[in-house]
Design a protein around this ligand. Structure first.
Ligand SMILES: O=P(O)(O)O[C@@H]1C[C@H](O)[C@@H](CO)O1
Length: 296
């Protein structure tokens, strides 16, 4: 684990410059697709897509259900960039590598980041197939010093000590709940607290009980570092957890979770997640006025 690896501003800039030389899209919104949720990119029109292996400086995806493609395109009048596949700490990436794309998005002019993930539920009110709007998170690796912002601060991106108290935008959370009502899927949706654990193993029963007692509603292995870096550099953030399984909390329970089951729930709910994200992007207000840059 190289958690203290540093990436210079120039390296982020080089990747952003390369992307801007390859596509005329200038994205306002970035989407990170969680396990089994890569179909979110399919909604984009006028696509330009790049394999991660072709993008200078980009890490590689190694997890099944994470295709490893960056897709640019238009959605309901907004320009978007979508990561079909994210990077996890448990793959052996340093935290600054797992969050590398977020700073590149900032340099591309992105203003809003939408993060999605697959997660197991601890709250009794959350069933597999439900969608949790992330209200807040507990960054367990971060609490013990595994933080992508560790090391010298890059003041060009943000301050040394960024506040995280309002990191999931309240206006977007309210808008998403409103959209859920209009789409007739409000019964599937509620707000909750996501916790990131390091993975790659799923939780023991004792760990599940601990998380439950701490007030965690859903647990996963990603998202928090991306949100920390996004908030540090001033991006507005919206997050969704697709609940793919109930975390086993009882010694009497003979069920156990596996990655195939996680991906399967992603496929089953793909249409609803797509509709929600599309409507949210369509209705969100954007301050800047990026459109396709015909000069490139
Ligand atoms: O990328 P996400 O957080 O959606 O992936 C979750 C956590 C693990 O990577 C995997 C477990 O099935 O899904």
């Amino acid at each position: 684990m190289h958690s203290r690896e540093q990436i210079s501003h120039d390296e982020y800039q080089k990747t952003a410059d390369w992307l801007m030389s390859q596509t005329r899209h200038r994205p306002q919104v970035a989407i990170i697709c969680g396990s089994g949720l890569g179909m979110l990119a399919d909604t984009l029109k006028c696509q330009d897509s790049f394999a991660y292996s072709d993008i200078p400086g980009f890490p590689q995806s190694t997890v099944q259900g994470h295709a490893g493609r960056l897709v640019f395109g238009e959605l309901k009048g907004k320009t978007c960039v979508c990561m079909q596949g994210r990077f996890h700490m448990y793959e052996g990436h340093s935290l600054c590598k797992t969050t590398f794309p977020v700073r590149v998005f900032k340099l591309l002019g992105v203003e809003t980041l939408i993060v999605t993930n697959a997660a197991g539920s601890l709250a009794d009110s959350l069933q597999p197939g439900d969608i949790m709007i992330i209200k807040d998170h507990v960054n367990f690796p971060g609490l013990v010093g595994l933080n992508p912002l560790s090391g010298p601060n890059d003041d060009k991106f943000g301050p040394r000590f960024p506040a995280m108290s309002g990191c999931y935008d309240k206006g977007l959370r309210c808008l998403a709940l409103d959209i859920a009502k209009q789409l007739g899927v409000a019964s599937l949706m509620q707000e909750g607290v996501y916790a990131m654990v390091g993975g790659p193993n799923f939780e023991t029963i004792a760990e599940a009980r601990l998380l439950h007692r701490l007030g965690v509603d859903a647990v996963g292995m990603s998202t928090a570092p991306e949100v920390v870096v996004a908030t540090h550099c001033g991006l507005r953030v919206f997050g969704l957890s697709l609940i793919t399984n109930k975390v086993v909390k009882s010694y009497e329970d003979s069920e156990s979770v596996n990655h195939e089951g996680v991906l399967e729930v992603g496929r089953l709910r793909s249409h609803t997640v797509q509709q929600l994200v599309t409507e949210l992007i369509s209705r969100m207000e954007i301050n800047n006025n990026n459109t396709i840059n015909t000069a490139v």
